[in-house]
Design a binder for this molecule. Structure first.
Ligand code: HDE
Length: 680
């Protein structure tokens, strides 16, 4: 009988607890446990003399500090994570034998890391980029990692091109500019010369690349995987995460301002939501294709630049993930977590997607340099919750103390253990797909059509979404210096839509394409965010209040809170504001410390005694929110101010003159943006 590793018999949370330490109220010691009497002065030969070599305390402290940094991730460096759990709705035994997908009463602990792709570790979070959405399920059969993005397709079809893509999008090497941005020559040169990128570029130029919140974006496994059931029958599968709050975005001007006002906008939002008990939730969805139907589609299901339209292959919602616990230490957990698409469990297998196949190599390789050796699986955040035993030994930072003389297979001295487990008893056996072929460096003909789904995406957008895409291309290409690259991109995207290409050409001074778009034959409504779930929950409202506000205000704020809306008071100083009836409100922000871009809506209350400066500050908030198509409410003096500024009678602007003010304001907040507003 093998003895279980004691750590692994615990739940993930209990397991992590064992590694935690609270340094508060403890004596200060060296790492060897020696109590220290002093921590401010190095040991010197005389008060004004040189520091002595003998000062082991100084050397230990300084050496540790000197070595505190590890390499940031080559991609997805800027990330933030949280713990949670996954619950299944119904058994998926029809499709897979994965144990965590059998029993709805089992809760599987998860750790999810969200990230941007291109920016360095300290870069702003609301940049235009894909977002990583990586989930580690700590299952009883080992860790399963679903390492996805918030965009369902990718720029390239073969992993061998990944270094080229990333070199092109990262800051240009001669001057290391621009940070966390694709709006530069090398990225667009790559796009124009690697036209398989067309579909993903359409997504990157859309609102999907500037999510409002990590809680409000979809996740996609991107590749085609396989689910295999207990009878050995396989189905092709694509994985989806659907946010319960719907899929929502920022507008570009707002996103850029937030980058300066709060570069931590997304992590703050996630952190605060979890602290407030507004736990982010995502439903897991699967699309299934029978193996027999592999060739029934007008695209190759192994091509990662193609999605499976939801209208043709419905997404079945199979479970829900809830993120309910913030990390205790970002380095120990978020930074040291090591994801890998090859961390699978029995019942989940790969397809021959050449992008996926290459990823199966890259992720372990990158951890070796990033986490300093082959023992990263022993780090608390990476440990499975089930036992793990093998003949691997030693290496930097090894923590496990493996007992006994035997560390090889096959052996007789340890009765040939640790022993392989038959498939029937839970041993992983790769799906026996029949494969044969010549060794070739080439691409399948079925991968060579790059524009039909890019066009499907364009055709599925609302007019507003199309405008945003045109503006995004115009912005990005407007920053490109090479006229030739600009023209190449315009010519390339004429294959998607001449309407798009003509408008972009006009904006950047390139030659527009001739011709017209073919009539629309197909669209996929699921691709448009216009169709998404809209709720008022967790929307943050700036309530602009001065002393002598009307006594009704606390009641209005309570009604908003009952809908899950989060009003936060903004005023001139952080002193409490007082109402005419003597009530007081705590102020959370001042005009100096906050800005309308950090809120989902603005509610101008003011007061008759507020001065001119206050009125101007309040109107700056309202004006900016107006230009970002956000809901605006006004009561009391605020109504007069909005009227005088001409902001009162547009869609999504609700003033206290209506008797149903609170209800109408909640409706306006639930709509999120009012695109039919006329903004100059
Ligand atoms: Fe990754 N990717 N990737 N990627 N990826 C990494 O692994 C790579 C791709 C994704 O929060 C790296 O641990 C190759 C697609 C996420 O820790 C690295 C290719 C998708 C994360 C790597 C791809 C992803 C990574 C860098 C082309 C969506 C962050 C650090 C074949 C399905 C995980 C690390 C986290 C991270 C390689 C393409 C998602 C270098 C070679 C497609 C979410 O191994």
């Amino acid at each position: 009988m093998t003895k279980k590793h004691p750590v692994n018999e615990k739940s993930k949370q209990e397991q992590l607890e064992q590694f935690k330490t609270d340094d508060r109220n403890q004596a200060l010691t060296t790492n060897q446990g020696l109590k220290l009497s002093e921590d401010e002065f190095s040991l010197k030969a005389g008060e004004r003399g040189p520091t002595l070599m003998e000062d082991f305390h100084f050397r230990e402290k300084m050496t540790h500090f000197d070595h505190e940094r590890i390499p940031e991730r080559i991609v997805h460096a800027r990330g933030f994570a949280a713990h949670g759990e996954f619950e299944l709705y119904d058994s998926l035994s029809e499709y897979t034998k994965a144990k965590f997908l059998q029993n709805p009463s089992v809760k599987t602990p998860v750790f999810v890391r969200f990230s941007t792709v291109a920016g360095s570790k300290g870069s702003a979070e609301t940049v235009r980029d894909a977002r990583g959405f990586a989930t580690k399920f700590y299952t009883e059969e080992g860790n399963y990692d679903l390492v996805g993005n918030n965009i369902p397709v990718f720029f390239i079809q073969d992993a061998i091109k990944f270094p080229d893509l990333i070199h092109a999008v990262k800051p240009e090497p001669h001057n290391e500019m621009p940070q966390a941005a694709s709006a530069h020559d090398t990225f667009w040169d790559f796009v124009a010369n690697n036209q398989e990128s067309a579909h993903m570029v359409m997504w990157s130029m859309s609102d999907r690349a500037i999510p409002r919140s990590l809680r409000m974006m979809e996740g996609f496994g991107v590749h085609t995987f396989r689910l295999v059931n207990a009878e050995g029958k396989a189905h092709f599968v694509k994985f989806h995460w659907k946010p319960v709050l719907g899929t929502h975005s920022l507008v570009w001007d707002e996103a850029q301002t937030i980058s300066g006002k709060d570069p931590d906008f997304h992590r703050r939002d996630l952190w605060e939501s979890i602290e407030n008990g507004d736990y982010p939730e995502y439903e897991l969805g699967i699309q299934i294709i029978d193996e027999e139907d592999e060739f029934k589609f007008d695209f190759d299901i192994l091509d990662p630049t193609k999605l499976w339209p939801e209208e043709d292959i419905p997404v079945k919602l199979v479970g829900k993930m809830t993120l309910n616990r913030n990390v205790d230490n970002v380095f120990a957990e978020t930074e040291q977590v090591a994801f890998h698409p090859g961390h699978v469990v029995p019942g989940i297998d790969f397809s021959n997607d050449p992008l996926l196949q290459g990823r199966l190599f890259s992720y372990t390789d990158t951890q070796l340099i990033r986490l300093g050796g082959p023992n990263f699986h022993e780090l608390p955040i990476n440990r499975p919750v089930c036992p793990f035993h093998n003949n691997q030994r030693d290496g930097y930072g090894r923590q496990t103390i493996n007992k006994g003389p035997v560390s090889y297979h096959r052996n007789s001295l340890a009765a040939n253990t640790p022993a392989p487990v038959p498939e029937s008893e839970g041993g992983y056996a790769h799906y026996q797909e029949k494969v044969e072929g010549r060794k070739v460096r080439s691409r399948s003909e079925s991968f060579k059509e790059h524009f039909s789904q890019a066009t499907l995406f364009w055709n599925s957008m609302s007019d507003t979404e199309k405008e945003h895409i045109i503006s995004a291309f115009s912005f990005e290409l407007g920053k490109v210096k090479s006229k030739s690259v600009q023209q190449q991109v315009v010519d390339m995207f004429a294959n998607v839509s001449t309407v798009l290409a003509k408008q972009v050409a006009q904006a950047i001074g390139a030659t527009p394409p001739s011709g017209e778009d073919a009539p629309v034959t197909k669209s996929s409504p699921a691709l448009s965010q216009e169709q998404t779930i809209k709720k008022p929950n967790t929307r943050k409202i700036a309530v602009i209040v001065a002393n002598d506000f009307s006594g009704d205000l606390p009641q209005v704020l309570n009604s908003l809170k009952q809908q899950g809306i989060q009003p936060e008071i903004v005023s001139t100083t952080l002193q409490n504001v007082k109402g005419t009836d003597g009530s007081e409100l705590e102020v959370q922000h001042t005009f100096l410390t906050s800005d309308s871009v950090l809120f989902d809506a603005v509610y101008v209350v003011g007061s008759a005694s507020a001065d001119e400066k206050f009125r101007k500050e309040a109107l700056t908030f309202a004006q900016e929110a107006f230009e970002h198509f956000k809901p605006i409410g006004a009561t009391d003096e605020g109504v007069k101010w909005l009227k005088a500024a001409g902001l009162d009678s547009s869609p999504g602007v609700v003033t206290g003159e209506t008797t149903r003010f609170t209800d109408e304001f909640i409706e306006a907040i639930s709509a999120h943006r009012h695109w039919n507003r006329h903004v100059i």
